[in-house]
Ligand binder design. Structure first.
Ligand SMILES: Cc1ncc(COP(=O)(O)O)c(C=O)c1O
Length: 420
């Protein structure tokens, strides 16, 4: 029951009561936002110092002066796929970075790659379907699958990313049971949360395998611009010549997540079906115009500087963990990205740790939300190091060590001191 009061000058002028008859099957209500915690190691926020504010202002000014009147039309005279100069920039960037050869009309601009995930899922999935995913996987992808009533089978990764030998076993096993997965979802280039990059050999093996079983690949390259040494194998989409692979990407991690600009790359026979599902009359035009203008001139240089800054923050995080947790925190040095995926001793329950930490203004992502295997991920957690400054990282890790010691008795020594 909701009571609405219309107050004017401190007096209640009207009071109405009514019930909304909500549709069945809605997700749990969202909670109200109360600001960011002091030590914020969650989400995929970016480094505030590396938002190119002045250059974005210049790009906005010049593109609006030149083409601002095209805001009068839906789709900016570029049609429903999105602002053409942005798609043309992507054609060049995807070829140079990921080896993808495609046309501007094989790219659909979306409202973040989250809309890409939703559109591809709407295209391919029905309740009761099965898909293959990496065992440790982006929680936004896992939650989307479970909301659709889709079974996600998680396949182990190692330091080289998803293991094709285990994919082969799983595909054979499923085939024996008459099940054909609707897709294999992978984040091959700077995986979330593990930060691994899949080798070209593995990519080729995966393509061969999935083709043999008639399973398409859904490739998510959200973080592929953030690689410390800039070295990466061609995208699965490139190696597959565009057949049987749908590729999504984003400007969230390279420029800004708040802009909400992502994209889907697919052959027109697939993209035309996806486009028919995108019923929002186009994603925000101003963001697309500014990005096209900015990226055409500055993308490579910007990403190079951003990566240097992110690597510096990762070094600060690794040093703080070594000092505060010693050998109690195990992790591999990620090849890029904004996350560190780490393991604490087995007795630690990171969901409980996350709750205790949040009560003290420190946010972490507990492992079980980032994995199909809750037991395997119980003592694991994900830390985003992109947004906090280095000093905040140091203080946050010290605070986390104190909380973890109080709740679970580990680390036994903090900064080389045995806590009393
Ligand atoms: C793997 C992966 N895919 C997609 C997204 C969605 O990003 P966006 O909608 O901001 O492009 C994220 C965000 O963190 C992600 O980690």
């Amino acid at each position: 029951m909701l009571e609405v009061q219309n107050q004017a000058e401190g007096k209640t002028a009207m009071s109405v009561q009514f019930d909304f008859d909500f549709a069945p099957g809605l997700p749990a209500p969202a909670s109200k936002w109360n600001g960011f915690p002091k030590y914020n190691f969650i989400g995929g926020h970016n480094d505030a110092e590396h938002v190119p504010v002045e250059a974005l202002i210049a790009a906005a000014t010049s593109v609006l002066r030149r083409e601002g009147s095209s805001l009068a039309t839906y789709g900016l005279n570029s049609g429903p796929l999105g602002y053409r100069p942005l798609r043309e920039f992507l054609v060049r960037k995807l070829k140079a970075h990921a080896g993808i050869v495609c046309q501007a009309d094989e790219i659909l601009i979306t409202s973040g790659s989250l809309q890409g995930l939703d559109l591809v899922n709407s295209l391919l999935l029905s309740p009761g379907d099965t898909v293959l995913v990496e065992r440790d996987c982006y929680s936004g992808s896992l939650s989307r699958l479970s909301r659709r009533g889709v079974k996600a089978i998680g396949i182990e990764l190692d330091s080289g990313g998803l293991r094709p030998d285990l994919v082969a076993n799983t595909l054979a096993d499923l085939k024996g049971r008459g099940i054909r997965p609707k897709y294999l979802y992978t984040i091959p280039t700077v995986q979330n949360p593990t930060g691994t990059i899949m080798s070209e050999e593995r990519r080729a093996e995966l393509l061969q395998l999935t083709r043999a079983y008639g399973v398409p690949i859904f490739e998510d390259e959200c973080y592929s611009d953030l690689i410390w040494d800039g070295q990466r194998p061609p995208a699965l989409y490139a190696l597959g010549g565009g057949a049987g692979v749908i590729h999504i990407g984003s400007f969230s991690k390279s420029i800004s997540p708040a802009l909400r600009v992502g994209y889907i790359v697919a052959n027109w026979d697939v993209l035309s079906r996806i486009l028919a599902l995108k019923t929002d009359a186009g994603s925000g035009a101003l963001e697309q115009m500014v990005l096209a203008e900015y990226c055409t001139a500055h993308f490579s240089e910007h990403v190079h500087n951003l990566n240097r800054g992110l690597r510096g923050k990762l070094d600060a995080l690794i040093a703080a963990l070594a000092e505060q947790f010693g050998t109690a925190a195990e992790f591999e040095d990620p090849k890029g990205g904004i996350f560190l995926w780490l393991k604490l001793p087995d007795g630690v329950d990171t969901q409980k740790l996350a709750q205790a930490a949040l009560a003290e203004g420190l946010a972490i992502n507990p492992g079980p939300e980032w994995s199909t295997d809750k037991d395997h991920a119980r003592a694991r957690l994900r830390l985003c190091f992109a947004n906090p400054g280095k000093e905040t990282i140091r203080q946050g890790v010290a605070a986390l060590a104190q909380i973890c010691h109080r709740e679970f008795g580990v680390p036994t020594r903090i900064a080389n001191i045995t806590p009393g």
